[in-house]
Every structure is written in structure tokens, then in C-alpha cells.
Write a protein that binds this ligand. Structure first.
Ligand SMILES: Cc1ncc(C[n+]2csc(CCOP(=O)(O)OP(=O)(O)O)c2C)c(N)n1
Ligand SMILES: [Mg+2]
Length: 576
């Protein structure tokens, strides 16, 4: 019996025993961890089996990186640490990219990896999968811990949970040496050693003076702008955020994963007038958004000539003045800060200046009108706009579906075209613009929310996690993957002028990714027109069956690096 503690054999000394395996499982359950994403192997295979038998959902992936990305987005969607479980050295390293990604994106996640014999690792005597994992993880995560004794498992997990979710969330590494699992201790003492983490992410209330300062600056604005980041979406303070933005009357700009926090079709949404509002605003209030490269660091051409004053709401004090001066820092958790702002605004907050609102509205309406006919074309092979026009309508009709999105053109154009209608329904490449999140995110989104998932993937992007379509089929998840197949990275038309090998950015022409899904019992469709695409996606979303649609896109339709081609360094030498 896996769940029942063992008893010692010696007569008269009988006592209930537990061990490291059971203590880790009991500690996870005590803290409400319901799902583990991982890949089995020495030394954690039995642990995974026992956790499954004890009622934790243990989802086995084909590669740890995908399990890690799944855990990271589970953390984002639930505000609880997503847990990824790996074997030592290579499995650990495969999970590490996702751990770093979680930290960079401020998602709470715990990477739990088995590790080899400390004594042998430290003397570098060549143990099985030898690696000093704790040292390697440290610079890439928010905190890293190792548990050496069974009686410390409770405290170790409590520290990991707190570190992951409190303050600015992030990735935490928890090192579990093989020996720990087999360590035995008295069951009663073991039970007492476990810790249920109380108030894991305590509210951080902003100072009243900071709230007043921020509102004074906002009130003085002639051309106010509110930028919502994924930190605001993470906070799950949706009603207060909406009320605050609406009361302010200011145009708002959602960062990619904040789309839908207020609907993209909201009258104050300035998504379709991005360049105008960034250039011309005089007061910019950042809520859970950082002034990193995605916002051109708050300076330069994107931000225009007009002087700007920034208000920033963030849980991390060090975020303030990171790129430009912040005249009104508001430090606290987003929920508490926005609530305090809303209360302090009182009943007679002045309307935002109407000439500014008119300017933004006009720009937005012009841009939307310009785009509209392109989204309705029924070209075959498809271009991005024809295909995305269809997907936009499908998401409008199914606003609770979760949209996963990665690629270059496939990402940048989908972000612009597909309106989001509800909070936390768009999950994508995040701060790093990383390829490979696709299938891991899709799996975790389906598992954590129970909602249908639409994953819109560049053909290159998909390749990073494509093998997980087997995982999707195995767990029968309601995931529809649409691959924008333009035969390559950015475009499928590059030619290698120097020799016989294909150019570096092109793939096998006319690949049929749909066959991959069929290989595992899912539904595969090859779609060559927007009409076919629409039928296939709707059928998939209705049936909930794992589906992969190979959407054939004109190989010449994309542009280098999508919308961020300007970031490519240029050679000063003349091109040969
Ligand atoms: C882990 C990682 N490796 C490489 C890249 C560089 N990169 C950016 S976009 C991209 C793929 C773009 O091609 P695709 O997904 O087919 O989208 P398309 O532009 O063709 O629609 C790559 C490889 C990255 N962002 N992340
Ligand atoms: Mg492509």
C-alpha cells in the first residue's frame, strides 16, 4: 500500500514510519498542489507513481522544457506555484530554461529535481548524472533550496512556496537528492514537521502618500495613458482594475498578455492607436508593466518629443527608475494598489480631456478600418490576415477559450488582429519572446482551467515543442493547434546563394504537420483557405478533440523577425 506508513518489524518497538517519498507528497497535498508536470526517471520515477496514487495529477511530458513551461503558466493562471518535476543533470537542465523564463516573466513556479549523491558530486567522482544543480540553478531563479533530511521537507517546501508567490513572483529551485526519498522517520514526527503555508503572498499595501502623489500627477494630465501589463492580469483584481480605468477615463494600452483584462473592444482601448498614444501622452501610468524593451525602455523615438511623467504601480521597489525617472512610484501588490487608488479618487474625478480622447479614437478607428478588408480576404494559399480574420471571429464567438500564441509574424500579427474579451485568455512568448512555450502552455491551460485551448503557432515555433501533441492526445485535452505553415522562419522563400544546403530559415516545403496529430489518434486537417480553416477550428472547438490544423500560408507573406526586425544587427560590410 503506497499510502500507508510502514511499521518496524522488531517486536515491542513497533512504530509507524514514513519516508521522504511520502513526506514530499504529504507536504505538496497539504499545500494544495494538485498537479505536477514532469518527466520520470531516476531518482523520481517512484515518487511520481506514488504522487499519482495519492491523488495528485502527475502529467508526464516528452521533454522537461515543455513540462517546465506548463508549470510556469499554471503558476500565472492560478497564482499558486506550478510544479515541474525532473530527473537529475540533463532533465534538470532541460527544465532550467523554463525556470529562468518563469523568473523573468514573474510567474510562480517550483522546479523540483532529483539529484545525485552529494558526497560524490562534491568530490567530482563521476556519479550517475553528476551535477551541482543547486549552484547552477541559483543565478537563474528567485531562490534555490536543497533538502538533505526528511525532517526538513516540510520547511523546504514551505520556503519554496513562499519564495515563488510572495512579493514579485518567480521561479524557485528545490533540490531533492535521491537519498532523501528513502530516508525514514517516525510518522507522527513526520506529520508534525510539515508546514501549511499561511498567507503565502501577503498583501503589500501602498503608502497613502504614494497614492495621493500618483493621483495628483494623473489628474494634472492633459493626455493621460494607462499601460496594463501581465502583472495586472496576474493580480486577478479584474473588477477594480476595470473600475479604475473607467473612472480615470484615460485611454489604456494592454501589453500582450494583459489583452482582455478590459476587452480590446472597450471604448477606451488604445491598442489600435499604440504609436500615437506612446508618442503623444504626457502622463503614463504603468500598472504591472515594466519599461523594458517591449516598451522601448520608456525613451527614444517610440516615445516622441513631448516630455513625459511616469507613474508606476509595481510590487517590486527596485523596478522604479529602472529605465527612466518615475515621478510617482506606487509600491505594493497590484490589487491593493488599484483598490487604494480607486478609493482615493473619490466621487468627482474629472473626465479625461476630450480633445485627447477624440484624437486617440480617430486614430484607432482609422487603423481598424484600414485593417478590416484585409481580414476578410479568402486567398488560397492564405496570407496572415486572411487566416487571422477567421480566428479573430472564432475567439469573439468563444471568448472563454484560451489563446496560446508564438512565432514571429504569427505572433505579432495575431496579437494585433485577435481581440481578447476576457482576462488571462491570451498566453504567449512573454518577456523574452521565447519560442517553445506552445504545447506546454496549451496543456497546462487546458488542465488548469478546463477551457478549450486554441494554439496559434508559427511552423518554426511549433517545432520546439511539437512532440507534445502525443501528450495532448494521451490526456485527451481539448486543444486545437493551428500551425501557420509558411515553410520556415519568417518566410519560406530564402535561398542559400553559396551552396547545396537549404537556406538557414527554410524548412521542407509543403510539410504536413497535421499527420503528426493523426499518428497519435487526434484529428489532423490540412487547410488551404480561410473557409476551410474556419470549419476545421469550429469543429475542433465543438468536439473538444485534440486537433492539429496545418494552415497553408503563402511562403512569401511574412517579414524578417515579424515586427521587431529593427533589432537585428546590421553588417557594415557590403553584402556579397
Ligand atoms: C528559444 C528561441 N530560439 C530562437 C528564437 C528566434 N526566433 C524568433 S521567432 C522564430 C521563429 C519564427 O518562425 P515561425 O514560428 O515559423 O513564425 P513566422 O514568422 O514564420 O510566422 C525564431 C526561431 C527565439 N525567439 N527563441
Ligand atoms: Mg513560419
Amino acid at each position: 500500500m503506497l499510502d500507508t506508513p510502514a511499521k518496524t518489524e522488531a517486536p515491542g518497538t513497533e512504530q509507524e514510519l514514513t519516508d521522504g517519498f511520502h513526506l514530499v507528497i504529504d507536504a505538496l497535498k497539504l499545500n494544495d498542489v494538485k498537479t505536477i508536470y514532469g518527466v520520470p526517471g531516476i531518482p523520481i520515477t517512484d515518487f511520481g507513481r506514488m504522487a499519482q496514487a495519492a491523488g495528485i495529477r502527475v502529467l508526464s511530458f516528452r521533454h522537461e522544457q515543455n513540462a517546465g513551461y506548463a508549470a510556469s503558466i499554471a503558476g500565472y493562471l492560478t497564482r499558486k506555484p506550478g510544479v515541474c518535476l525532473t530527473v537529475s543533470a540533463p532533465g534538470f537542465l532541460n527544465g532550467l530554461t523554463a525556470l529562468a523564463h518563469a523568473t523573468t516573466n514573474c510567474f510562480p513556479m517550483i522546479l523540483m529535481s532529483g539529484s545525485s549523491e552529494r558526497e560524490i558530486v562534491d568530490l567530482q567522482q563521476g556519479d550517475y548524472e553528476e551535477m551541482d544543480q543547486l549552484a547552477i540553478a541559483k543565478p537563474l531563479c528567485k531562490a534555490a533550496f536543497r533538502v538533505l533530511h526528511a525532517q526538513d521537507i516540510g520547511i523546504g517546501l514551505a520556503r519554496a512556496i513562499r519564495a515563488a508567490v510572495s512579493g514579485r513572483p518567480g521561479g524557485v529551485y528545490l533540490d531533492l537528492p535521491a537519498k532523501l526519498f528513502g530516508q525514514v522517520m517516525n510518522a507522527e514526527a513526520g506529520k508534525k514537521s510539515l508546514v501549511k503555508v499561511i498567507d503565502a503572498a501577503p498583501a503589500q499595501i501602498p503608502a497613502p502618500a504614494a497614492i495621493k502623489r500618483a493621483l495628483d500627477v494623473l489628474k494634472s494630465a492633459k493626455r493621460p495613458l494607462i499601460i496594463l501589463g501581465k502583472g495586472a492580469a496576474y493580480a486577478q483584481a479584474d473588477d477594480d482594475i476595470k473600475a479604475f480605468v473607467e473612472k480615470s477615463g484615460a485611454p489604456f494600452l494592454p501589453m500582450s498578455m494583459a489583452k482582455g483584462l478590459l476587452p480590446d473592444l472597450h471604448p477606451q482601448c488604445a491598442g489600435a492607436a499604440r504609436s500615437t498614444v506612446l508618442k503623444d501622452a504626457d502622463v503614463v501610468m504603468l500598472i504591472g508593466a515594466r519599461l523594458n524593451w517591449l516598451l522601448s525602455h520608456g525613451k527614444g523615438k517610440t516615445w516622441g518629443e513631448a516630455p513625459k511623467r511616469f507613474i508606476q504601480v509595481d510590487i517590486e521597489p527596485k523596478e522604479m527608475d529602472s529605465n527612466v525617472e518615475i515621478v510617482a512610484p506606487v509600491v505594493g501588490d497590484i490589487g491593493s494598489c488599484v483598490h487604494a487608488l480607486l478609493e482615493a479618487m473619490g466621487g468627482n474625478w474629472p473626465a479625461a480631456p476630450s480633445d485627447w480622447l477624440d484624437t486617440v479614437k480617430k486614430k484607432r478607428d482609422d487603423n481598424v478600418a484600414k485593417m478590416a478588408p484585409r481580414l476578410m480576404n479568402n486567398n488560397s494559399p492564405m496570407d496572415y490576415h486572411g487566416a487571422l480574420g477567421v480566428l479573430r471571429t472564432i475567439i469573439k464567438e468563444r471568448p472563454d477559450a484560451i489563446l496560446v500564441n508564438e512565432g514571429a509574424n504569427t505572433l505579432d500579427l495575431a496579437r494585433g488582429v485577435i481581440d481578447m474579451h476576457q482576462p488571462r485568455k491570451r498566453i504567449d512568448v512573454g518577456t523574452w519572446g521565447v519560442m517553445g512555450i506552445g504545447m506546454g502552455y496549451a496543456i497546462a491551460a487546458a488542465v488548469e482551467t478546463g477551457k478549450p485551448v486554441l494554439a496559434v503557432e508559427g511552423d518554426s515555433a511549433f517545432g520546439f515543442s511539437g512532440m507534445e501533441v502525443e501528450t495532448i492526445c494521451r490526456y485527451k485535452l481539448p486543444v486545437c493547434v493551428v500551425i501557420f505553415n509558411n515553410d520556415g522562419i519568417y518566410r519560406g522563400t530564402d535561398v542559400n546563394s553559396a551552396g547545396a544546403d537549404p537556406a538557414t530559415t527554410v524548412f521542407v516545403k509543403g510539410s504536413r504537420y497535421d499527420k503528426m496529430m493523426e499518428a497519435f489518434g487526434g484529428v489532423g486537417v490540412n487547410a488551404t483557405s480561410p473557409d476551410e480553416l474556419k470549419r476545421a477550428v469550429n469543429a475542433a472547438m465543438d468536439s473538444g478533440k485534440p486537433t492539429l490544423i496545418n494552415a497553408v500560408i503563402d511562403p512569401a507573406a511574412g517579414s524578417e523577425s515579424g515586427r521587431i526586425g529593427n533589432l537585428n544587427p546590421q553588417s557594415a560590410l557590403k553584402k556579397k
